[in-house]
Write a protein that binds this ligand. Structure first.
Ligand code: NOJ
Length: 541
């Protein structure tokens, strides 16, 4: 079954995801259907009403596979199973059926860069140097001084190599030691994943979100990384050894594109979507993954998610994504890995207003936008103490704000104990001090809530085909207002802190969506005035 907007796309020869609005479900924190404090597949199935009511088309669910959970499921011990804490394969099948019955699509998370160290492949690989599985992973002899083979670092801190006493070599892990990297130069690994893709496609999934899709292949010589000319900064503004290196050999190697050419043939036979988490902030490099029509169908474009409320940088990020890879980027402002946008944009109602304005801009651009669960509620990061932290990044640094827990706290469905998320005495991760006004129940009862505004925005995108087809033509090159025209639609936001005005193309324009909902249905001509953080979608009949 298809949604109204994806059916329309199909009729016009565009793929179903071209018109979709996606929604990321961070499974552990969405809804607990079994009362153990952890979100699960049953809980998600029971809450699909919310997603259908909100008006999304495509649900991406984070990993549910058997895992020791060192990285909360991004350490997979069995690619074709379901961890009992999340349910079983019957629950998965029931979820697929329920999603499809509502005309929605389901995309699952595939984690091909690394396995869990508890995966049987790694246990075999570690057992001896001549085990047939040894070459599924990346092993190197110690350097002359006995230390790691090169200066590569883990994303989570410390060296990217761990020494195996029993076999006298180091294994590579670009994340935790418990997440050994697979050797994608070994054809046997590629063959294993062909079968994994087919396994889930046969079970009815509509596509894959590919974890760290730019990282699978490494430089064959494993050279030391040079220092970066300009060190990057974490979302908290800190730097680290990892951020000070120029990652030219450990990620984004040209051969990784061959993996997606191979997968494309498999996915296309099922009409399924390949959506990459290509964490490359240079749009020309990112475009290589999507524009040749034989690689990934879509990639997330993370530049907007890295920004504070900075109109010049936001303008550049949006224009680049829309121009260099038109229709092939997935727009995101939030994820389970970064501070929530209202927090990044200053917190409170001001941060929420900035987030809604930025989302309005993203939703009309060529490409497939995604919301992250809780974005529709205007949630800021949950406030957690170090004792409440769960993320390995927080535990490693001893700083709860350095970790990713703040954006991962469970969804507050309703006020009160358990917040309608769980019946267990405690959720797996604390709620982070939510108020009744943060909850779905309270916001649904209030037509003026953030939740209703996000819903109205999604409805406007669905109702106006011009917002989903054709080129985006920018109407401003500088100043506080970001605005573009697509066919007979104009999308505009005032990203400054003073009132501003946008000159409109000729004709009379109707407000189809306004962050100030009182303006909807009003007609304007000549120019539209916008208060600070106000955004509108206008159409001309
Ligand atoms: C990206 C995922 O989004 C993140 O949560 C995870 O820790 C890393 N990849 C490693 O799999």
């Amino acid at each position: 079954m298809t949604t109204s907007s994806s059916a329309e796309a199909a009729q016009q020869g565009r793929p179903w995801w071209a018109d979709a609005t996606g929604y990321e479900v961070y499974l552990r924190s969405f809804a607990d259907g079994t009362g153990d404090g952890l979100g699960d597949l049953r809980g998600l199935r029971e809450r699909l009403d919310h997603l259908e009511w909100l008006g999304v088309d495509l649900v991406w669910v984070t990993p549910f596979y058997p895992s020791p959970m060192h990285d909360h499921g991004y350490d997979v011990a069995d690619y074709t199973g379901v961890d009992p804490r999340f349910g079983d394969l019957a629950d998965f099948d029931a979820l697929v059926a329920a999603v499809h019955a509502r005309g929605l699509r389901l995309v699952i998370d595939l984690v091909p860069n690394h396995t869990s160290s508890a995966h049987p492949w790694f246990a075999a690989a570690r057992s001896s140097r001549d085990n047939p599985y040894r070459d599924y992973y990346i092993w190197r002899d110690p350097a002359a001084d006995g230390g790691p083979p090169n200066n590569w670092t883990s994303h989570f801190g410390g060296p990217a190599w761990t020494y195996d006493e029993a076999t006298g070599q180091y294994w590579l892990h670009l994340f935790l030691p418990e997440q050994p990297d697979l050797n994608w130069r070994n054809p046997a690994v590629a063959a294993e994943f062909d079968a994994i893709l087919r396994f889930w496609l046969e079970r009815g999934v509509d596509g894959f979100r590919i974890d760290v899709a730019h990282m699978l292949v490494k430089h064959p010589d494993y050279p030391d990384l040079p220092l970066a000319a300009e060190p990057q900064r974490s979302p908290q503004g800190t730097t680290s050894e990892h951020l000070s290196l120029d990652h030219i050999y450990d990620v984004d190697q040209p051969e990784v594109l061959d993996v997606y050419r191979r997968w494309r043939k498999i996915a296309d036979a099922y009409g399924a979507l390949l959506l990459g988490e290509v964490y490359v902030l240079d749009i020309d490099r990112l475009a290589r993954y999507v524009v040749d029509r034989d690689g990934l169908h879509l990639s997330f474009w993370f530049a907007p998610l890295h920004l504070g409320w900075d109109v010049a940088r936001l303008r550049t990020a949006l224009r680049e994504g829309a121009a260099v890879a038109p229709g092939s980027v997935s727009w995101v402002l939030a994820s389970h890995d970064r501070p929530r946008p209202p927090t990044r944009f200053g917190g409170g109602d001001l941060g929420r207003a900035c987030s809604l304005a930025a989302t309005t801009l993203l939703l009309g651009l060529p490409g497939t936008p995604f919301l992250f669960q809780g974005e529709e509620l205007g949630l800021t990061d949950g406030e957690l103490t170090l004792a409440e932290a769960q993320d390995p990044v927080a535990l490693h640094t001893g700083d709860p704000r350095a970790g990713r827990d703040g954006c991962r706290t469970p969804i507050p469905w309703e006020p009160g104990a358990g917040h309608g998320f769980t019946t267990a005495p405690e959720p797996w991760l604390a709620f982070g001090r939510r108020t009744p006004a943060d909850t779905v129940a309270v916001q649904r009862a209030d037509e003026d809530s953030w939740l209703h505004r996000y819903r109205a925005l999604l409805a406007a995108r669905r109702a106006h085909p011009d917002l989903r087809t054709g080129e985006a033509v920018w109407l401003t090159d500088d100043g506080p207002v970001l605005a573009y025209r697509r066919g007979a639609a104009v999308v505009a936001a005032n990203c400054g802190d003073e009132p501003a005005s946008l000159d409109l193309p000729e004709g009379t324009w109707t407000v189809r969506f306004g962050t100030d909902r009182q303006r909807e249905a009003a007609q304007v001509a000549g120019a539209v005035d916008l208060a600070p953080t106000e955004a509108v979608i206008l159409t001309r009949e």
